[in-house]
Write a protein that binds this ligand. Structure first.
Ligand SMILES: [Zn+2]
Length: 270
């Protein structure tokens, strides 16, 4: 158990269906099985993808397998680079990747997933996949210092200081980011002057960059529903006007590029 009390920072112990610290702070598991370790002061002003419809759309889209090549590549990279016993998925969403990674590592590994969205944590917990899911912020991760052997982060906010803190010395971080051409054809449909994604320099403070993998393939979206679900998972969804939305509603088939990079780092700062 690597959880720490979000109020006082002391270790949490399991006590029946709750987690308790020695100062008497107590956190109950929800019926679905996740624990809420999120303090209201740690919730930012804008939480995206937080409502039930959005989480469900994401779940349905992912279950159709469009991102499976990425998931497979992630599982392979995790397996090749994992040593120790604890893995944390920081910003796990509804657990699509967490669950697969946990399956890959088997029962010897203790896997944790945290997400700022309680609804996402609830969806994840209902997978009953043996992963410990919690609602929590990646900017105040409720786990002990140096308690993780590996941290994975997929399309989630980056908080270097926290990631360095929770990883043990020599621990590995695997990060998935969209590469330059990701969803290019979708952007062409929406915008008059679409831009390619900008990929930032790989170097990150506190980490040594040890390698990367490029995953690129075509997705054949076969329905308006699939297109809308994919669109709702993108950052563009939140900044697109009605006119652009209408353009998208007019198409029911789209071949679109999936373009990802998996970046692998080692924690070298402890
Ligand atoms: Zn406490």
């Amino acid at each position: 158990m690597i959880y720490t009390c979000p109020v006082c920072g002391k270790p949490l112990e399991t006590a029946g269906n709750s987690y308790k610290c020695s100062d008497g702070h107590s956190f109950d598991k929800a019926r679905s099985g996740y624990v809420n370790l999120l303090l209201s002061k740690h919730i930012g002003k804008t939480i995206h993808g937080d409502n039930k419809l959005m989480v469900r759309a994401r779940r349905e889209f992912l279950e159709k397998g469009y991102y499976q090549p990425l998931r497979d590549a992630l599982c392979k990279a995790v397996k090749e680079n994992f040593s120790g016993s604890v893995l944390l998925d920081a910003g796990c969403g509804e657990g699509y990747y967490t669950s697969a990674v946990s399956g890959t590592l088997g029962t010897a590994a203790e896997v944790y997933g945290i997400d700022i969205s309680k609804i996402a944590a609830e969806f994840a917990a209902k997978r009953h996949d043996g992963v410990n899911y919690a609602a929590g912020s990646v900017f105040h991760i409720p786990v002990a210092d140096a308690s993780c052997d590996m941290l994975i982060t997929l399309f989630s906010p980056y908080c270097g200081e926290e990631f360095v803190r929770v990883l043990r010395n020599g621990g590995v971080m695997i990060m998935a980011i969209p590469s330059t051409d990701h969803l290019w054809e979708l952007k062409q449909k929406i915008y008059d002057t679409p831009y390619k994604n900008e990929v930032k320099p790989y170097e990150l403070e506190g980490f040594s960059f040890i390698g990367k993998e490029h995953i690129r393939y075509m997705m054949e979206l076969a329905s308006q529903e699939d297109i809308q679900q994919l669109f709702s998972m993108t950052p563009y969804y939140y900044r697109t006007g009605q006119e652009q939305q209408k353009r998208l509603e007019a198409i029911d088939r789209l071949n679109v590029t999936a373009d990802f990079e998996l970046l692998i780092y080692k924690n070298n700062s402890n």
